[in-house]
Design a protein around this ligand. Sequence first.
Ligand SMILES: [Zn+2]
Length: 115
Amino acid sequence: MQNAPPQLAKYPMIILHSSPNLLFIEHVRCLMEENGFHCQIRHRELFGSIALESETWPQLLLTDPENEAEARARLQEILSADPGKDSGKEWTCFNCRERIEGQFTECWNCGYSRR
Ligand SMILES: [Zn+2]
């Protein structure tokens, strides 16, 4: 019997969250790892490609399905506590008219704050 390497889990990994913003997913992954949940990011390599369908967004995967309930609960806490949470809707910068993804509260172009 050979043990499969950890990255080749025999169970399908659970998609905890996805976002068109890779930095946001990386941020959430760090927080989850700090809480003891091992996660991977899928579709990292697709980030920045033209396709923006939600299926191709970077995904945060939980590598240990046994912890799914706990991980989802913790994720909800993280998402609701984070002021940069994935609120979804794009918005248009009042100052420079740049289109900004929903999880950002400041314009990356000119620094205007939505709040
Ligand atoms: Zn702006």
